[in-house]
Design a protein around this ligand. Structure first.
Ligand SMILES: *Cc1c(COP(=O)(O)O)cnc(C)c1O
Length: 369
């Protein structure tokens, strides 16, 4: 068997007729930037998430920048976040000339450890930026309580978690500003780069709409230093079609995850843990194994691709040397990054494929005991 990790081609074939038609519509309209396709997607994103305002933008990375620009993050402001995430989370904080302040992760969810946040809050702390890693929101009750207590903002990096919930609300509808990414391999992906910010405050929404078009208030009049941060109409049209089927695709992802769990539990493996208040969009199904390199190689030889999200926590990255962290500062993030391994995950994995993957995995692991 040859397993496809994300199986994007299958999804395209599934919705090809409608996607092609939607793309042709944009081509025929000549409205390549902004216009109806953009407005339509934003309206449908608002309906889906329950967020009052959804604003599309050029990527999940730029969504984080827009959020911090809107909240007036200034040089030397501190933003508390997790070291166990994709680089964009902390990179954008640094791009704002603010300081990423890392806090170790929870051993079960791999999200920021909410019991370790308070001790890192200073009078320079302007925001907490939790990441909904692998699709699961962090403990938003505790994060929101701390934010209220210290009067700081919450920006959720929801690049991996579109459609996930915490206490029944989508994570696009939590925090002061929430973001997502439509990078092709994310749960809701386009055919290039794209993203969105979500907000309930009208003034922040207006500001972010302006910031994404160079801080423009009206044509060639610029109220803010902004950016070229729009999402192409063509990409909006594609996401708009996929969004119609997203509830179904998301349920299928969750079904694949529960089939994996059923096949692998009681096998002395560390499997994904989902908090009782949360649901996951399962951007990844990530387990922890010892001898990871060898197991990955064995699976690869059997036609099973795996991935590592992420092999090196951010506090140990060369680009963040100037922050002065060292090995041992965040032991759980360091341990998990050495053991974590993502199995193929997409809504279309068949029962036979899941059985094949889990059997080969269990065989590979047995060899090392
Ligand atoms: C993918 C990702 C991003 C960046 O999204 P892009 O659309 O690729 O810019 C940011 N944060 C996290 C956690 C991600 O996984």
């Amino acid at each position: 068997m040859n397993i496809d990790f994300a199986n994007l081609q299958y999804q395209y074939q599934l919705y090809k007729k409608e996607i092609d038609l939607a793309m042709q519509g944009v081509l025929d309209s000549s409205a390549y930037i902004m216009g109806d396709a953009v407005t339509s997607l934003e309206k449908n994103l608002e309906d889906f998430t329950g967020a009052k305002y959804a604003i599309s933008c050029s990527s999940g990375t730029d969504a984080l920048l827009l959020a911090m620009m809107a909240l007036d993050i200034k040089p030397d402001d501190e933003i508390i976040t997790t070291p166990f995430t994709f680089i964009a989370t902390a990179e954008t904080i640094a791009l704002m000339y603010a300081k990423p302040v890392f806090v170790d992760i929870d051993e079960k969810t791999y999200n920021i450890d909410v019991d370790k946040i308070e001790e890192r809050i200073t009078d320079k702390t302007k925001a907490i930026m939790p990441v909904s890693l692998y699709g699961q929101p962090a403990n938003m009750d505790k994060i929101q309580a701390l934010a209220t207590k210290y009067n700081i903002k919450v920006i959720i990096d929801g690049a991996q978690s579109f459609g996930s919930t915490y206490n029944g609300k989508t994570d696009s509808n939590l925090g002061d500003i929430s973001t997502t990414s439509f990078f092709p391999a994310k749960p809701l992906g386009c055919f290039g780069d794209g993203g969105a910010v979500f907000v309930s405050d009208e003034a922040l929404a207006t500001k972010m709409k302006s910031l994404r078009v160079h801080g423009q208030s009206k044509r060639y009049h610029h109220k803010y230093i902004g950016m070229g941060g729009r999402m192409d109409a063509l990409q909006c049209a594609i996401v708009d079609v996929k969004l119609k089927y997203y509830s179904k695709d998301l349920a299928l992802r969750q079904e694949v995850a529960s089939k994996y769990t059923k096949a692998l539990e009681d096998k002395d493996l560390i499997l994904p843990f989902i908090d009782k208040n949360a649901t996951s969009a399962y951007a990844q199904y990530s387990i922890r194994v010892q001898n990871r390199d060898a197991i990955q190689a064995k699976l690869k030889a059997k036609g099973i691709p795996t991935a590592v999200h992420y092999p090196m926590p951010l506090h140990l990255q060369e680009c963040f040397e100037y922050l002065g962290y060292k090995k041992g500062d965040f032991p759980i993030a360091e341990l998990v990054s050495s053991e974590i391994m993502s199995l193929p995950m997409n809504p279309y994995l068949s029962d036979a494929e899941i059985e094949y993957i889990t059997q080969k995995l269990l065989t590979a692991i047995k060899h090392w005991r």
